[in-house]
Structures are given as structure tokens and as C-alpha cells.
Design a protein around this ligand. Structure first.
Ligand SMILES: [Zn+2]
Length: 376
């Protein structure tokens, strides 16, 4: 996407009366309907095998039809209110396309097998659930009330979100499999059985302690070794914090973090239910700490990483640089001397000396380009 186009769609004021809110809603519902309709049309290609058993078409089909109708309606409303009718019209076209794709394919997706698939459903479901939680939350308790929902950089971050959710199968392939191959050499069954026999809540806490210790040092290393910083700087390039900013991660960083996260989990042999509970919890928490919210939890802010805590990690203010590395437990920052929690909230974000491109491709190439320049 060109810079001019991106400027047009980013940092959009959606306050009522201009027809822009309904246009955005029309585009959102229209796109969702189309993606949902694709899942109905070719479930073997577009849906996640683990999810298929849970789908109830008796509920999902009317829901899809409701989204189509609402998307169409919002588009129509926006066309009547807004001078440039293009967005509302696009939302209507998407809704109609969804109706065409989705009609006549109402059989329950009943497919077994684990062939290659695109987790379109996973992307759609998580996006809808997260938007329903975080958009109202950020509107009700904003840290920066002037910041728009469609803030600068949201398109880039949505692409990251899409990539990491739809590519979940590939990312797992490159991380879980190497870990499992490695494991055949190092572990003993008795030890793993003993670990897995503990209560689930205890295993959950142990996973948090162990993984957070590892990710503290990986995170700190990425800040302190200049060549690795170029990878992690992409995550820090966001200048306006919100829930979607958590998705902005370079592919190398996603792979390294998951490898490092899975390794102790599999080596120690935690029970799958404890691991799943941990993964769901920590994914949600990672999004929460990036959110544009002003909460300051009285005691908790010293025990668990909160938005206040992690926003300081993203701050470009001098005294906050290279502080608050912990993902979940600030105790590691306290122990290793990197904690920073003043009485006020952070206000400036972004990198200090790196000039990072706005687009996802430029950001992917950024570390490679800077390494190449370095060695000349
Ligand atoms: Zn960082």
C-alpha cells in the first residue's frame, strides 16, 4: 500500500455525524461476512481442524446472515450520510459477495484429517472477540483519549495479526517440531510424569515462572545486542499504543520466542491442559498490556505486568529506555535491576534512533538491510 493511501485510511476520526463510523462498520462487517462465507464454502481449506467439532451451523449460519444484513445496512446508511460514498459502497459490495458465496452451502463442516489449511476461522473469531473486548474498553478508559480507534499504523498491525493467526500452523511447524526432535535426547519419562501429576493450577504457576525467566533474558538480549535489536525494534516502532500493537512482531522474533517458550514447557513435560490454559491466558495478557487504557492497579502493578508497566517499556523517554523487560512477572526486573515505575504514566512511544519503515514488508526487511549496511 502506498504512503498516500495509508495516510488516507489511518488515523481516521470516527466521531458521530459524519457517516464515517457506519462506513467503517460496513467495511468491517462486510469483510467479516465474506471471510465467514468462505469458511462455510470450503471448510476443509479455510477452517482449523481443532475447531470444527465445536461449530454449530444452526447458530453460525443465522449469525453470518445477520452480519451480512448489518454490513449492508451500515453501508447504505453511510452512503446517505457521507459525501464520499466509496467506503459504504465497498461494505455493501462485500456483504453482497458474502451472501453469494455463503448461499446454498449450509452443511455442517464435518471434515476430519489434518491437511494443509488456512486458519481463516481462527483469525476471524479471535479478531471479533478481541475487538468486542478491547475497543469498548479503550473507549471507556482511554489513557490517551485523543487517539483514534483507526490510529496510525493500524493497517500494518492488522496485517501482522492476520499473518500470525492464519499462519499458526506454519509457525507451529517451525517451532514445535524442532523442540520435539531435540527432546528425544534430553528427557526422562519419570521426571515428566512427576511434573504432569501435580495439580493443574500449580503447573500453571510453574510454567509462568519458568517461561517468564527465559523470555526476560531473550527480551533483554534483543535490546542489548545491537544486531538483535534491529529485529526487536520493529515491535517498538509503534508510536501509539493500543491492543493491536501487540501483534507487531518480526517473524524471526515470533519464531525465537515460541521456540524458547515451548522448549522448557516440553522439556519439563507439563500436562497439556496446563499448557493450553497458560497459552490462552498469556496471549490475552500480552494484548491487554499494550492496550490504550489508563488503569493503575494499586498493589498488583508491582506483582504482575500491567498496561502501565509495559507502556513504560515502550516509552521513548530517556529514563525508560531498556527497562521493564518482564512479560508477566516484574520480580525479574526487580531482581536484575531493570525495573522502572514512576508516579506518572508514560506518554511518548517509539524508537529513539531507528528509522523504521511503516509497511510490513519494509519492516520485515529492516534488520536485514541494517545488518548489510553494517558489514560494508
Ligand atoms: Zn522490548
Amino acid at each position: 500500500m502506498s504512503k498516500a493511501l495509508r495516510d488516507k485510511y489511518e488515523d481516521v476520526d470516527l466521531s458521530p455525524g459524519q457517516g464515517k463510523g457506519s462506513a467503517a462498520l460496513a467495511l468491517f462487517l462486510g469483510s467479516l461476512s465474506l471471510l465467514g462465507a468462505l469458511c462455510f464454502w470450503m471448510p476443509a481449506v479455510f477452517t482449523t481442524p481443532e475447531f470444527r467439532g465445536f461449530y454449530n451451523t444452526g447458530i453460525l449460519k443465522p449469525l453470518l446472515q445477520l452480519c451480512i444484513v448489518l454490513g449492508f445496512g451500515c453501508g447504505l446508511f453511510s452512503m446517505m450520510r457521507h459525501q464520499s460514498a466509496g467506503y459504504g459502497l465497498t461494505g455493501m459490495v462485500l456483504a453482497v459477495a458474502a451472501a453469494l458465496v455463503g448461499s446454498g452451502h449450509i452443511e455442517a463442516p464435518n471434515i476430519d484429517g489434518r491437511n494443509l489449511y488456512v486458519g481463516l476461522d481462527y483469525f476471524v473469531l479471535t479478531l471479533v472477540v478481541l475487538a468486542l473486548v478491547f475497543v469498548p474498553l479503550e473507549r471507556a478508559f482511554p489513557k490517551d483519549p485523543a487517539q483514534n480507534i483507526l490510529r496510525k499504523g493500524w493497517i500494518t498491525d492488522l496485517k501482522y495479526f492476520m499473518f500470525s493467526h492464519m499462519g499458526v500452523q506454519l509457525i507451529s511447524f517451525f517451532t514445535v517440531i524442532p523442540v520435539q526432535v531435540f527432546l528425544h535426547q534430553v528427557t526422562t519419562w519419570e521426571f515428566q510424569l512427576w511434573i504432569a501429576a501435580q495439580p493443574i493450577w500449580l503447573q500453571f504457576i510453574e510454567i509462568l515462572l519458568v517461561v517468564d525467566f527465559g523470555t526476560y533474558w531473550i527480551h533483554r538480549t534483543m535490546h542489548e545486542i545491537p544486531a538483535l535489536w534491529k529485529i526487536h525494534a520493529v515491535h517498538h516502532s509503534t508510536e501509539q499504543m493500543n491492543w493491536l500493537a501487540s501483534s507487531r512482531l518480526h517473524l524471526i522474533e515470533i519464531l525465537v520466542n515460541r521456540l524458547a517458550g515451548y522448549l522448557p514447557i516440553f522439556v519439563l513435560g507439563f500436562a497439556p491442559s496446563a499448557v493450553y490454559a497458560y497459552l490462552v491466558f498469556i496471549s490475552f495478557h500480552a494484548i491487554f498490556i499494550h492496550a490504550n487504557v489508563r488503569f493503575r492497579f494499586p498493589v498488583l502493578r508491582w506483582l504482575l505486568a500491567t498496561p502501565e508497566y509495559h507502556h513504560w517499556h515502550h516509552s521513548s523517554e530517556d529514563e525508560a529506555i531498556d527497562k521493564n523487560y518482564a512479560g508477566f512477572l516484574p520480580i525479574y526486573d526487580v531482581l536484575f535491576g531493570t525495573v522502572f515505575m514512576p508516579k506518572h504514566l508514560a506518554s511518548r512511544y517509539g524508537t529513539v534512533s531507528d528509522n523504521i519503515p511503516d509497511g510490513i514488508v519494509g519492516q520485515f526487511l529492516y534488520p536485514f538491510r541494517s545488518w548489510f549496511k553494517r558489514s560494508e
